[in-house]
Design a protein around this ligand. Structure first.
Ligand SMILES: [Zn+2]
Length: 178
């Protein structure tokens, strides 16, 4: 099934024929009847970091649409030649100015980047290993915030779920490990 509202190619990017539909692997997909090109509507992978210092978590404010002015974990799309961990370290440096070491996988979440891009976000737990905190690239601001004292709305459901998980853990820590 092709999701409602999803932009699909009207014209084949390879041979310029009008695209049609084809059943492929049990799914109906946009396909070119002339040359066979199929448009796979797979999620795009992204990666980023969950960095906590003194009970506060590093968040960045989005400089650009969609969700401009709202907050997220430092994350970004993988380049074609990257490993996910490389993406997470690169995005951390670009958006926060911090060099980080990744200490483990924290969460994997899927969601939709408006208007219609399905994404999978790989979140790594991280610790700072260098750098100086400074917003950069597509981040307008960066800072560390207590989960119960956020600077503004969190942009995406996937990030909100990760923040809920983290918030519960930090609350447990503050309670003295009872
Ligand atoms: Zn074609």
């Amino acid at each position: 099934m092709i999701p409602a509202g999803r932009h699909v190619w009207r014209w084949c990017p390879q041979c310029r024929a009008e695209m049609g539909r084809r059943s492929d692997g049990g799914e109906e997909r946009p396909a070119c009847p002339a040359c066979g090109v199929v448009q796979y509507l797979n999620p795009a992978p992204a990666a980023g970091i969950v960095l906590v210092q003194d009970g506060r978590v590093c968040l960045v404010k989005r400089r650009f649409a969609p969700k401009q002015g709202e907050w997220t974990f430092p994350t970004g799309f993988m380049e074609w030649d990257e490993q996910p961990a490389e993406t997470a370290r690169r995005e951390a440096l670009e958006e926060t100015g911090l060099e980080v070491e990744l200490t483990g996988l924290y969460a994997v979440e899927s969601g939709t980047l408006p208007p219609d891009t399905p994404v999978v976000v790989i979140f790594y737990k991280a610790v700072q290993s260098g750098g100086v905190l400074a917003a950069g690239d597509d981040a307008e601001e960066v800072g560390f915030f207590a989960p119960d004292d956020l600077p503004g709305p969190i942009a995406f459901a996937a990030h909100r779920r990760v923040l809920e998980k983290l918030s519960a853990e930090l609350a447990g820590d503050a309670g003295g490990g009872a």
